[in-house]
Design a binder for this molecule. Structure first.
Ligand SMILES: Cc1cc2nc3c(=O)[nH]c(=O)nc-3n(C[C@H](O)[C@H](O)[C@H](O)COP(=O)(O)OP(=O)(O)OC[C@H]3O[C@@H](n4cnc5c(N)ncnc54)[C@H](O)[C@@H]3O)c2cc1C
Ligand SMILES: *[C@@H]1O[C@H](CO)[C@@H](O)[C@H](O)[C@H]1NC(C)=O
Ligand SMILES: *[C@@H]1O[C@H](CO)[C@@H](O)[C@H](O)[C@H]1NC(C)=O
Length: 423
């Protein structure tokens, strides 16, 4: 290491081995590039809880690793239908295929393990305990905490919501802002609920239920065939933000929130011992995903975080990986700037759609009951999840189709040195 690599190899450094980093590694390897991954933590734990993967991502992963797709589907293809219920009594207001929402819901840690195994199976090196502390975009390279410097043709940062690379790319520190809401979420063994007459129906078989109320909603689902149980309450919260995946939540506040909720689910929630407080740190869209000299590109949560109601965080990161790999292939090894600038232009509107889909759904759920009286029927269509419109998309094919138009535009911008900001 330490050089740009052999004459014919095109070397890609990926920073971060989360789901997005793994997807990027697979996409780049599939494109025939030499890939190396640096990951800060020494060891991955089974972190997080439920995560959705949509068909828009699975079709790409299938091309890069059919074995991976099969494993992901096995983890996540459990319940067919989901119920959307009224907050105070659980009356079913609408029912629809789960595929319309989250796609396949599984445990983030189980999915991550499958991704990491697929990366290992391809022989892609992942260096654990290797924190990147510095980026250089003029002679593309990263410096690790231990002082080692590594060079490549392109650096791809997939370093998550608290990204250091984002600062470099933007030239300023992008502060998180509250989305106006926060989530409490808990995850525990569900088997003991089987004996609980109130809650038994929610663990008898794999299921997903959503209770919608004024300015709040609760998502309940099982994982691993009912062995594990997950609830997530989204509620109004404008408090100052601590951006963390690990902040403990205040169970007294949670109990107050579910005071007027369907007793069947309220009973389970109230008994929960501990939960996490996820201030939903959302960020305004950023004007660029690529560094000034066009050699460091951002992928995943670091440039396009999603609300939980989008259920597309990992899937959009996978699409971004696919598009960037295709752009690098189309541009050729001497033309990284062209590739990265087409990449961001192509991705930005698509990602905005997935992001705003989540905002729209949350807003529809939180106001649905305002419009109807007690005895009146709610129009089921007004609360349905509409993510399925995102699944029918092939990120690789779209990149090839739009390349001529976008590469001409970007070539012009690179010539004049005036890159139009994304927003
Ligand atoms: C702990 C955790 C729990 C989560 N739980 C859920 C969940 O329950 N449900 C859900 O839908 N989504 C969850 N998410 C978000 C979800 O994983 C992401 O939306 C999706 O996987 C895409 O993320 P990413 O790969 O871009 O970033 P991340 O998943 O955040 O991965 C970024 C990776 O980069 C590494 N990294 C950061 N800085 C450096 C550096 N300087 N040098 C080297 N490596 C670095 C991090 O250690 C991490 O492994 C969670 C994320 C985290 C981190
Ligand atoms: C998921 O499971 C359903 C029902 O068991 C099945 O019909 C469907 O084909 C499965 N989907 C995939 C992608 O395997
Ligand atoms: C930008 O990168 C190119 C290689 O792609 C290099 O030749 C050039 O010196 C760099 N410019 C600056 C200002 O860093």
């Amino acid at each position: 290491m330490g050089s740009v690599g052999g004459e014919h190899s095109f070397r890609v450094i990926i920073v971060g081995a989360g789901l997005g980093g793994c997807a990027t590694a697979l996409a780049m390897h599939h494109a025939g590039f030499e890939v190396v991954v640096f990951e800060k933590v020494r060891e991955f734990l089974r972190l997080g809880d439920s995560l959705g993967l949509g068909e828009n991502a699975l079709k790409l992963l299938d091309r890069w690793s059919p074995y991976l797709r099969a494993r992901l589907v096995e983890i996540g293809n459990k319940s067919e239908l989901m119920q959307i219920r009224r907050w105070h009594d659980g009356k079913v207001l609408a029912q629809q295929p789960l595929m319309d929402m989250a796609g396949f819901i599984g445990h983030r840690g189980d999915y991550h393990r499958a991704f990491l195994d697929a990366v290992a199976e391809k022989g892609i090196p992942v260096h654990m305990g290797s924190e990147v502390v510095e980026y250089d975009d003029s002679s593309p390279s990263v410096t690790l905490k231990n002082g080692e410097r590594h060079f490549a043709n392109i650096i791809i940062a997939v370093d998550g919501i608290k990204s250091r690379a984002r600062e470099l790319v933007l030239g300023f520190d992008d502060k998180p802002k509250s989305s106006g809401y926060a989530c409490f979420r808990a995850f525990f063994k569900g088997s003991h609920l089987r004996g609980n007459p109130l809650a038994a129906e929610f663990v008898e078989q794999e299921c997903v239920n959503i209770w919608i109320g004024k300015d709040k909603h609760l998502v309940q689902n099982t994982l691993r065939n009912g062995e594990e149980f997950n609830w997530i309450i989204t509620h109004k919260d404008t408090e100052d933000i601590k951006e963390s995946w690990f902040q403990p939540g205040n169970m007294d506040e949670v109990r107050r929130l579910v005071e007027d909720c369907d007793p069947r689910i309220a009973a389970v929630v109230k008994k929960t011992e501990a939960c996490l407080d996820w201030k939903i740190c959302y960020r305004d869209p950023i004007p660029t995903w690529v560094s000034r000299n066009h050699t460091v590109a951002l992928v995943g949560d670091c440039c396009h975080p999603h609300l939980p109601t989008s259920a597309q965080g990992a899937s959009q990161a996978t699409e971004s990986a696919a598009v960037l790999a295709q752009c690098l292939l189309l541009a050729g090894r001497e033309n990284v700037p062209l590739a990265t600038r087409v990449y961001e232009k192509l991705r930005f509107p698509r990602v905005r759609r997935a992001q705003t889909n989540g905002e729209d759904l949350r807003d529809r759920w939180h106001s649905a009951l305002d419009k109807v009286g007690e005895g009146e029927e709610i129009d089921p269509d007004s609360i349905l999840i509409k993510n399925n419109v995102l699944y029918d998309y092939d990120a690789e094919a779209d990149t090839r189709k739009r390349w001529p138009e976008l590469s001409a535009l970007v070539s012009e911008e690179l010539k004049t040195g005036k890159i139009t900001p994304l927003c």
